[in-house]
Ligand binder design. Structure first.
Ligand code: HEC
Ligand code: HEC
Ligand code: HEC
Ligand code: HEC
Ligand code: HEC
Ligand code: HEC
Ligand code: HEC
Length: 371
């Protein structure tokens, strides 16, 4: 199912009406794929009952970041038309035949990112088997985003200026789109990052599968692996991010480096790896990014706090004692007022709502409280 998200997003966006935009000049269907694939509702239901959509809306595709990549640069398996069924699918490490990296002049490729990712804790091949399939591949985290989705065209007052020198408006629009999307802060928001990591790390069955597998293989797994998300949500950071305070730490603020952040998010390592920013030797430095005065003691504070007895006995007993004290006090207070009420009723004193609220009646037992 996950594999099709890429397309489903295109589909969803198409339905959302983005389709009304005019195709940008960057995209031309030189390979003739849209001959068949442009038809909406080109889809089928597989034997496992999954709906697979096969249509590409040219108006939408032409506004995505990959619009200059010809279909077969990614879909390398397709060598003839009509084509045969696909086996491996698209791997993000292939070299583009048609797009060159303007800086190096070499064919463009995401291979450096893929190499870093393969070394990370999430690394796997495209065709993953067994529990490896739980790990995120590039397209799990990245759908095919639109350029500047909120704007239909680049602002003219800027591009007019570029056009003055470059003379070709298409050239200028293309480069304006390319750079402006990166110069602007288009990172995921902290809430989005927490949501992204939570899709898997809050999935109890996935977590269990991996704990079992790790113990079967005699492999180590993080102390907080099973409770990473629920404990983060308990933490001060988690609560602040939940209420929209973006300065508090999200998952990647701790688990990725700030230096070369965009590469580092693809190199997440477990805390037992000395290269991880949350390894015990690097923790002070990591907290210091925001808590300027953090020292070794501060870094001891648990970013994944739980009240499990084995995990944090102090918190466990503190919570237990607070609970006991709390219940005793409340029971005592309510009990006392009940005793008092019954006692006074026995004395014949009743609650009056008018003329001031006080206990007010003649006592049958001669203990008058009437003044
Ligand atoms: C003659 C019509 C036709 C043309 C031209 C065509 N396709 Fe397809 N394509 C289809 C059909 C029909 C399917 C659905 C096959 C199925 O039901 O499994 C499909 C499915 C696909 C799939 C999914 C296959 C799978 O099994 O996951 C991909 C990817 C694809 N096409 C890419 C391309 C690309 C890239 C091109 C251009 C080089 C192209 N197609 C050109 C008809 C066409
Ligand atoms: C940047 C790379 C890239 C480009 C360019 C690209 N695709 Fe895809 N396409 C993918 C990925 C990734 C998937 C998800 C399936 C997978 O992982 O193999 C996909 C899925 C599809 C599917 C659905 C297959 C399925 O498994 O359900 C079709 C059909 C398709 N692409 C056709 C096209 C056509 C036609 C073009 C050109 C207009 C095109 N693609 C351009 C990367 C690309
Ligand atoms: C666990 C999720 C995850 C996986 C898996 C992942 N990425 Fe990323 N990627 C991110 C995050 C987070 C960013 C930072 C930008 C942001 O916050 O959206 C990013 C940024 C990028 C960027 C920079 C985008 C831009 O417009 O500046 C590229 C390119 C990229 N990733 C490619 C890849 C490739 C290729 C793979 C597969 C090897 C991959 N990513 C796998 C989460 C992921
Ligand atoms: C005063 C004239 C002038 C203006 C205004 C101008 N450029 Fe340029 N641009 C140039 C010149 C000259 C070059 C090539 C020489 C160089 O590399 O410095 C260039 C190079 C470029 C290149 C590199 C092209 C390549 O393939 O190497 C890009 C991309 C570009 N400009 C985009 C823009 C954009 C976008 C704007 C508007 C925001 C803009 N330029 C405004 C004069 C200008
Ligand atoms: C598609 C599912 C998925 C997503 C999304 C995901 N992870 Fe993971 N993560 C896994 C799996 C599976 C493992 C491997 C467990 C194992 O070693 O068997 C893992 C392992 C880890 C580990 C190391 C655990 C250990 O003790 O070895 C860390 C740390 C981690 N992920 C952090 C993150 C962060 C931070 C994010 C968000 C940017 C994230 N993950 C997003 C599935 C996911
Ligand atoms: C304030 C920093 C911080 C934040 C924010 C944070 N973590 Fe952690 N994380 C840590 C530290 C430190 C550890 C090691 C804890 C230990 O073993 O004592 C850890 C451990 C983990 C582990 C267990 C594997 C390992 O590397 O030991 C996973 C999985 C994990 N975090 C995922 C997440 C996810 C998902 C989020 C966001 C929902 C998140 N973390 C937010 C600091 C943080
Ligand atoms: C991305 C920035 C960032 C990082 C990294 C970060 N924190 Fe925080 N943290 C905050 C913000 C913002 C608050 C809100 C209160 C404040 O300003 O002190 C906070 C609050 C806290 C609190 C609540 C009590 C207090 O002191 O205000 C604790 C405990 C805490 N952080 C521990 C840690 C630890 C331990 C680390 C390192 C593993 C860490 N933080 C890393 C941003 C961060």
């Amino acid at each position: 199912m996950r594999m099709h998200r890429w397309l489903i997003v295109l589909l969803g966006l198409g339905l959302a009406g983005v389709a009304a935009a005019t195709p940008a000049p960057g995209f031309q269907d030189t390979e003739g794929c849209l001959l068949c694939h442009k038809y909406p509702r080109m889809a089928r239901i597989t034997d496992d009952g999954v709906l697979r959509s096969y249509y590409i809306l040219p108006e939408v595709f032409s506004r995505t970041v990959h619009r200059n990549v010809p279909c077969r640069d990614c879909h390398t398996e397709i060598n003839e038309l009509p084509h045969k069924p696909i086996k491996t699918g698209v791997t993000c490490s292939t070299e583009c035949h048609s797009v060159k990296n303007p800086a190096t002049g070499k064919p463009f490729s995401h291979k450096p990112i893929v190499d870093a990712y393969r070394e990370s804790v999430h690394g796997r091949s495209k065709q993953a088997i067994g529990t490896d399939a739980d790990k995120p591949y590039c397209i799990t985290c990245h759908t095919n985003p639109l350029y500047n989705p909120t704007e239909l065209a680049p602002p003219k007052q800027i591009t007019d200026r570029c056009t003055l020198c470059h003379e070709d408006r298409n050239f200028v629009n293309r480069w304006y789109n390319h750079t402006s999307r990166r110069i602007r802060e288009v990172r995921r928001t902290p809430e989005q990052i927490v949501a992204l990591c939570s899709t898997c790390h809050d999935d109890k069955r996935m977590v269990e599968r991996h704990q079992k597998k790790a113990s079967a293989e005699g492999r180590e797994i993080g102390r907080k692996f099973a409770i990473a998300v629920e404990s983060y949500e308990e933490s001060f950071h988690g609560k602040m991010v939940k209420y929209g305070f973006a300065a508090a730490a999200n998952c990647l603020d701790c688990h990725a480096d700030t230096v070369n952040y965009y590469k580092s998010v693809h190199e997440i390592r477990p805390s037992r790896d000395p290269a991880s920013p949350v390894h015990k030797d690097r923790r002070v430095e990591t907290c210091k990014r925001c808590h300027t005065y953090a020292d070794k003691n501060y870094a001891q504070l648990d970013p994944h706090p739980t009240s499990k007895r084995g995990d944090n006995p102090f918190r466990y007993f503190a919570e237990l004692i607070y609970n006991i004290v709390g219940y005793v006090v409340i029971t005592g207070l309510v009990g006392l007022s009940l005793f008092e009420t019954f006692g006074r009723r026995r004395d014949g004193v009743a609650w009056r709502l008018t003329h001031g609220s006080s206990w007010w009646r003649k006592s049958k037992r001669g203990r008058d409280r009437v003044v």
